[in-house]
Design a protein. Structure first.
Length: 501
C-alpha cells in the first residue's frame, strides 16, 4: 500500500479562479463526443469533500455556492472546461462487448492543482451517445457507495480515483424500485482504461491507437520514452510498467480484503488506479472465494480470482497493442512479468501484515497459507483477525483466537507463528506498532455504507461525514469511532450488492 502525500488546504475561492486545461478534449474528436450534461431538476449539494477540494486548490466553501451547485449538477458549464463523453470498448465477464463508452458520465474539465493535474468528471449526469439502453442516471445509493469507497481506499494508501462532491436530488429513477438520482463528481489524473485501447484495435485504427499511447506515455509514463529505443520498444516497456502497477494494485486489494466485483477491461485504469466502484465489498467473514457481486453467478471476480483476472485483462491490452509492436513476443513478455511482480508485491504486503522482518519464501508462504486456511474454515473476520494479530506480537492471544470457530486449529497455527516471530528477535512493541500500520482497524464495511445511504435518503449527510473522518486514518483507534470497528451485524448478511446502479 502506497503512502500518499496529503494535499494542503486550497486557496481558490471559486471555480473561476482555477487553472483549467482540457488535455483529453485536445485529442481528435474520434476519441469522444462533445455533449453537455443533463441537469438534475431538484439538485442540492449533499456533501463536499475537503480533501478533494484541496487536490484542485479549492476551499470547500467554493463548492458550497449556488454557482458550484449549478456546475456539479450539470446545469452550467465548468468555467474554461469542455464537456465530453469518452468512447471505449471492452470485455465484460470475459466476453467481448464491443463499443461501450461513458454512458452516464461527462468529463467537464481538467484542473491544474497544487500537486498535479486532475480530470473532473460527473457520473450520473445524463445520457450520451454511448448510453445504449441506459437512462444516463446514477441513483443516490450507488453514488454514496462510490463517493465513500474512493476516499476509503485513499485512506488505506491504495491508488484510486478521488471524490470531490455529491449532489442529491428528488428526481425519480427506476431501477428494481423507484429511487432518486444523484451525481458524484470524481477526480483522476486520467480516466483512460484498458478498453480505450481495445476500442481502436477493434476499429482497426492504428493511427488513433498510436496517438492514445503517445498521449498516455508522454503525460504519465515519461520514463518509458526517456529510456530510449524505437517506438515498439517504448510501448513494450510501457506495457511492462502498466503490468507492474496492476500487479501492485491487486496485492493492495487482497491485503485489505477488498473485492472490486466487476473487473471488466473497461473498468481497468491504465494508471493502476482503483476505479468504477460498483458492487464492491470489503470482506467481513473471510472466504477465499468470496463473491461480492450478486450478478457474478460463476464467481469470475471472487476475491482470490482477482489477480488472475487482472492478468487476463492485461493480455487483452497486449492484444490491442499488436498493430504497434510487430514482434508480439515483446508484448507477451511484458505481460508475462505479471505473476512474478504480483508475488513480489503480495509477499511484501503479507510480510507487513505478519510483522516479519523479511520474507522467507517457502517457509513463510506455508505459514501464511496456513492462516488463510484457518480463516476460511472459520469464516474469521478479515479485518479484526489481522488487527488482533498485532496483539499476539505483544503477548495477547485471546482476541485473535476469539475470531475462530476452530480455536484449536488456530492455536496450533499460532504456535508456529510465534516461533517464527521469535526467530526475528525484534522488540514486540515495535512489531505490533508496525503491524497496526499494515492492518487497518476501520474499513468501509457494507453495513456502514448502508447506514450512510439510509441517512442520505433522508437528506442527512452526517453519517457520510463521520465515515469519511474515520476512514481518512483507518490505522489508529480513536474515541467516538468504536462502532465502526465492530463486526458486521447479522442483518448485513441480507444486503444484496449487484451491478444495478
Amino acid at each position: 500500500m502506497n503512502a500518499q502525500l496529503k494535499p494542503q488546504a486550497g486557496t481558490a475561492a471559486s471555480l473561476e479562479h482555477l487553472t483549467v486545461r482540457n488535455s483529453y478534449a485536445a485529442l481528435p474528436e474520434d476519441f469522444y463526443s462533445r455533449v453537455r450534461p443533463m441537469p438534475l431538476q431538484t439538485a442540492r449539494m449533499l456533501h463536499v469533500n475537503p480533501e478533494g477540494c484541496a487536490l484542485l486548490g479549492l476551499t470547500p466553501e467554493a463548492l458550497r455556492t449556488d454557482a458550484a451547485l449549478q456546475v456539479l449538477s450539470g446545469a452550467a458549464p465548468f468555467p474554461g472546461g469542455e464537456s465530453v463523453a469518452a468512447v471505449y470498448s471492452g470485455h465484460q465477464f470475459g466476453v467481448w462487448a464491443g463499443q461501450l463508452g461513458d454512458g452516464r458520465a461527462h468529463l467537464i474539465a481538467e484542473v491544474q492543482g497544487p500537486q498535479g493535474s486532475w480530470e473532473v468528471q460527473l457520473k450520473g449526469s445524463g445520457r450520451t451517445p454511448y448510453s445504449r439502453m441506459g437512462d444516463g442516471r446514477a441513483v443516490l445509493r450507488s453514488s454514496v457507495r462510490e463517493y465513500l469507497a474512493a476516499e476509503a481506499m485513499h485512506g488505506l494508501g491504495i491508488p484510486t480515483t478521488r471524490s470531490l462532491a455529491l449532489v442529491a436530488s428528488d428526481d425519480p429513477v427506476r431501477r428494481e424500485t423507484m429511487e432518486t438520482a444523484a451525481i458524484v463528481t470524481r477526480l483522476a489524473p486520467s480516466f483512460v482504461r484498458f478498453g480505450s485501447f481495445e476500442h481502436w484495435y477493434a476499429q482497426r485504427r492504428a493511427g488513433l491507437l498510436q496517438r492514445l499511447c503517445d498521449d498516455i506515455i508522454d503525460r504519465f509514463y515519461p520514463e518509458c520514452r526517456a529510456a530510449g529505443g524505437t517506438g515498439d520498444v517504448v510501448i513494450a516497456r510501457w506495457l511492462a510498467a502498466v503490468t507492474d502497477r496492476t500487479a501492485a494494485l491487486m496485492a493492495d486489494w487482497l491485503a485489505v480484503g477488498f473485492c472490486h466485483g466487476v473487473m471488466n477491461t473497461d473498468n481497468m485504469s491504465i494508471l493502476g488506479l482503483t476505479m468504477d466502484y460498483g458492487p464492491y465489498a470489503f470482506m467481513d467473514g473471510f472466504k477465499a472465494n468470496h463473491i461480492c457481486n450478486h450478478s457474478d453467478h460463476e464467481g469470475r471476480y471472487a476475491w482470490n480470482a482477482q489477480p488472475a483476472v487482472a492478468h487476463w485483462n492485461l493480455f487483452r491490452l497486449a492484444e490491442a497493442l499488436q498493430p504497434l509492436v510487430p514482434d508480439v513476443e515483446m508484448l507477451r513478455d511484458a505481460v508475462r512479468g505479471f505473476e512474478a511482480a504480483f508475488m513480489t508485491h503480495w509477499r511484501e504486503r503479507q510480510r507487513r501484515k505478519l510483522g516479519l522482518a523479511q520474507w522467507r519464501d517457502e517457509e513463510d508462504d506455508t505459514l501464511m497459507d496456513g492462516l488463510w486456511r484457518q480463516m476460511h474454515t472459520s469464516g474469521a473476520d478479515f479485518t479484526l483477525t489481522f488487527r488482533a494479530l498485532a496483539g499476539v506480537a505483544a503477548g495477547d492471544t485471546g482476541a485473535f483466537l476469539d475470531q475462530f470457530a476452530d480455536r484449536a486449529g488456530a492455536a496450533q497455527w499460532l504456535q508456529t507463528y510465534q516461533a517464527r516471530l521469535a526467530q526475528d528477535g525484534l522488540p514486540p512493541e515495535a512489531v505490533a506498532a508496525g503491524m497496526n500500520r499494515a492492518n487497518p482497524l476501520y474499513v468501509l464495511r457494507n453495513h456502514l455504507a448502508e447506514l450512510a445511504i439510509r441517512a442520505a435518503e433522508q437528506g442527512d449527510a452526517s453519517e457520510i461525514e463521520n465515515l469519511l473522518e474515520c476512514l481518512r486514518n483507518p490505522w489508529e483507534s480513536r474515541p467516538g469511532f468504536e462502532h465502526y470497528a465492530r463486526q458486521a451485524p447479522d442483518w448485513s448478511a441480507g444486503l444484496v450488492i449487484s451491478c444495478s446502479s
